[in-house]
Design a protein around this ligand. Sequence first.
Ligand SMILES: [Zn+2]
Length: 82
Amino acid sequence: MELTTTKFEEEDHCPHCGYELTAASSTNGHVPSPGDLSICIKCYTFLQFDENLKHQLISDEDIPVEEYLALTEIKTQLLLNK
Ligand SMILES: [Zn+2]
C-alpha cells in the first residue's frame, strides 16, 4: 500500500486521547481538506477535519456508510500492523 504523508503546518492533538498528530497519510495521494475523515493512529478514533484542518470528533452515525467501511478497513490494517 503506497502512502502519501502530509505534514501539518501546526501541530494538532487527537480530541479523544490527546495524542499529538503531526501528519496525515493517505493511500490515494489525497491531501487533507476540510470535511475529510481521518483516524487517530493512537486510539483509532474516527476524526474529521474542520475548516481549519483541525481534528474534530465525529460520531459513527454521521459518517456515510461507504466512508465508514473504508475507515474500518484502515483501522483493521493499523491494528494488524501494530
Ligand atoms: Zn486518539
